[in-house]
Design a protein around this ligand. Sequence first.
Ligand SMILES: Cc1ncc(C[n+]2csc(CCOP(=O)(O)OP(=O)(O)O)c2C)c(N)n1
Ligand SMILES: CC(=O)[C@@H](O)[C@H](O)COP(=O)(O)O
Ligand SMILES: [Mg+2]
Length: 632
Amino acid sequence: MGILDNVNNVSDLKKLSNAELDKLAQEIRKFMITHVSKTGGHLAPSLGVVELTLALHQVFNSPQDKIIWDVGHQAYTHKIITGRKEKFSSLRQYKGLSGFPKLAESEHDCFNTGHSSTSISAALGMAKARDLKGDKYKVIAVIGDGALTGGMAFEALNHAGDLKTDLIVVLNDNEMSIAANVGAMAGYLSRLRTDPRYGKGKDEIEQLLNKIPKVGPRLLKTAERVKDSVKYLVVPGMLFEEMGFTYLGPIDGHHIPAMKSVFESAKKMKGPVLIHVLTRKGKGFKPAECNPDRFHGVGPFDIQTGNVIKTEAPPTYTEVFGDALIELAEQQENIVAVTAAMPAGTGLAKFAKKFPQRFFDVGIAEQHAVTFACGLAAQGFHPVVAIYSTFMQRAYDQLLHDVAMQKLPVVLALDRAGLVGEDGETHHGIFDISYLRHIPNLVVMAPKDENELRGMLAWATKHSGPCALRYPRGPGVGVELKDGFLPVHLGRGEVVKEGKDVTIIGVGPLVYDALAAAHQLEQKGIEAAVINPRFIKPLDSGLLVRYAKKTRRVVTMEEHVLAGGFGSSCLELFNKYCPGIEIDRIGLPDTFVEHGAPDLLKQHYGITADGIVERVLARFPEKADFMKKGAK
Ligand SMILES: Cc1ncc(C[n+]2csc(CCOP(=O)(O)OP(=O)(O)O)c2C)c(N)n1
Ligand SMILES: CC(=O)[C@@H](O)[C@H](O)COP(=O)(O)O
Ligand SMILES: [Mg+2]
């Protein structure tokens, strides 16, 4: 019987000694590794904060005290010790535990996270609400060094320093974002971490400086300036102190007694406090310690070897994108690539190695990434900004105000467009058609397969204005990759199959589901035409209207919300040019889609060939009867 067996909630944790907490940490690591090796998940981030989480929950009193986990991908220990140990085997599975904090899951999850850099803003809002109500609870934001590169975090630090309300920010510094952390802040933290001078008795320095004899105002001013610059040199965390925070640290984030003692001190302090904690991402599992980037978000793996369990699959759209961009960049010197802290996830890692001067990782800063690219474009470069569909939501105004209004030749590569699966509602890329297609001057494309992705990227890097490409997470459809680049013509779609009874339009790879549906319908005597629109904007209006008029029935299908999606654009088109068409739109309803395997989610929402067949048959009741009579 281990200690973890008797820890079913935070109250059980409070009874444990430091030695028992250390033992519990080991048991939690073993428990976590065992489960995540089966479910996959954010193992390295969570392994890195086991002791930190235990110390936090011993010193503070969740749920009265509010603990907000930035991104929330590191909250597995938090979940395990707040009553969700038994459900942990369902992590990230459909109808199982989420991989991120969820209010709906537990009172200890006081704020939903998933997108980076929101924790300090939310914590500050909660702290201010507490003050206004005269409450006394503590509010703690736990933010990583990567998330601290997000502009929103600085906005919140700036505001917190001004409000001076009681707030605790725990900076979990493991020198890693997904890849190694980048930026000047990372450099500053590194100096705080490594320079022996830092951490010298801050009081000694203050006493020494205060010994400077009281002199006339002019000399006093100089003395103050000297004092401040000397403080910058030897007093750690001056940057945060200057922003109104009391800086505590750096402390060992795997030493529970040290953290508990600092947390206890911070509890008593007035105003905003920043506690700088040093941790090792992936601690306790050698493969993750050695490859914290690979184990940042990992699929099921072999515990003995750390090898991810590979399944035979075609190259991913991400890999096809990355390789194609390298081919294009070899021909076009003005191509540069920008990522927001996700070189590997967006397929740009190889590009970065091959063209280090033409690659920019800006940190978790999507807004800056887009407008930084505009600066490059304004001076003759052709930037390709690779950002997941869901994270591109952060840069909406930059797309509109900086890219489109100026008609700058910026290529927006929206990876993870569609249902991403286990990351769930905060990560599905199901809103981009709606937030892109109404932006003037912007071309929006959706390739049906790997060759079209290559062709569209080639076209985009030669297009004189802004354009966006949206493609899904995971393996391609497995077509044979062609040399060269498929020719693409602005605003032109493709007839994949002729038919006279109904027109089925599938967006992106869904055109293959449309084709499968058409073949099923053929068995039932219904001849369906299949269209690959290729362009979300500008639509191939001539083609779509021609087939709508010809078949009088249209079914559209997209891995995207219906509101403002591709189907909506067809509604608008047909309403104008061929009113009276029967149109069925298949897509996602007005709700946030939960986590689960993508195919399961598609099945649930009818985004499948069968879903199309069902819709079409509903328009042919006689055929449906024909079906019912047992005809095959
Ligand atoms: C707005 C946004 N952009 C990108 C991501 C993808 N992402 C998730 S975690 C992460 C790195 C976080 O680094 P850090 O905060 O240091 O946490 P660690 O994984 O090191 O514990 C990134 C880039 C995100 N979740 N949100
Ligand atoms: C926590 C986070 O936002 C990222 O780690 C994200 O989960 C990566 O998604 P992919 O696994 O699709 O690259
Ligand atoms: Mg980090």
